[in-house]
Design a binder for this molecule. Structure first.
Ligand SMILES: [Zn+2]
Length: 242
């Protein structure tokens, strides 16, 4: 039983008829029953993992994670992504969490630069539940140094200004928000209207590139965790995805 002989020939599965090499440890696998759809399952005695010889699900494509990350940064919502990639929504959400979990905040060596800080309005769940995305940008490299998601409290902004002040900045450009005045030394602080033009432009780019942040749509974040995960992928996942 299992895969019909004709199909076996089609997939060139003669080699896996009796045994198979383990995908993980190159050990020997033995047959171990069938999946619900009738595909032969194998079991590796060495590493105790179950596996199949051939996977037809798109989620098992070696580049599926890269595709998810790439589409996420192109203004595509999760449900559209599920339809395009033919992967279930549940798997997409799981993978986004997984990808974001592997991303570490990049370490920038540059010091004494000009930094811009701003906040971006959004909401989680419902419009009354507003959430701010606060972040700091290096003007020369346009690299996002760090970001926080939450309410515009002194505590949240202080963690960001702390990161920037650690770099001995020449100037920190912010908008007129009062909290900054108590956190940034007067000598380095600049609140002129045009001084934050780079980060303001960047806000527009983020709003076009992340579906959940675009204006006049019905797309929004259902959880803070996913919003943070998407921003992490957007800001810090490398450019070369494919
Ligand atoms: Zn193994």
């Amino acid at each position: 039983m299992g895969i019909p002989l004709k199909l076996r020939a089609f997939f060139n599965l003669r080699a896996v008829r009796y045994q198979m090499e383990c995908k993980y440890c190159k050990g020997r696998c033995i047959k171990a029953g069938f999946q619900k759809n009738g595909v032969q399952k194998f079991y590796c005695k060495a590493c105790k993992k179950y596996q199949q010889a051939v996977y037809t699900s798109e989620a098992y494509h070696p580049q599926s994670n890269y595709r998810i990350a790439a589409l996420l940064r192109e203004g595509i919502g999760l449900r559209s992504m599920a339809r395009v990639l033919r992967i279930s929504l549940k798997t997409i959400i799981q993978r986004i969490r997984q990808i974001a979990g592997t991303i570490r905040k990049p370490f920038h060596y540059r010091k004494r630069g000009v930094y811009e800080m701003d906040e971006l309005w959004s909401y989680v769940g419902k419009k009354s539940n507003e959430v701010w995305i606060m972040y700091a940008l290096d003007r020369a490299t346009k690299a996002v140094i760090d970001f926080r998601v939450g309410s515009r409290t002194k505590k949240n902004i202080q963690t960001l200004t702390g990161q920037v002040l650690h770099r001995e900045p020449k100037t920190i450009c912010t908008d007129g928000l009062n909290i900054y005045k108590s956190l940034v030394p007067k000598k380095t602080h600049c609140t002129e209207p045009m001084s934050t033009r780079h980060i303001e432009r960047n806000n527009l780019t983020i709003r076009t590139h992340l579906k959940r942040l675009s204006r006049r749509t019905i797309c929004f974040s259902k959880s803070m965790e996913m919003l943070e995960a998407c921003l992490k992928i957007y800001f810090w996942k490398g450019e070369r995805l494919w």
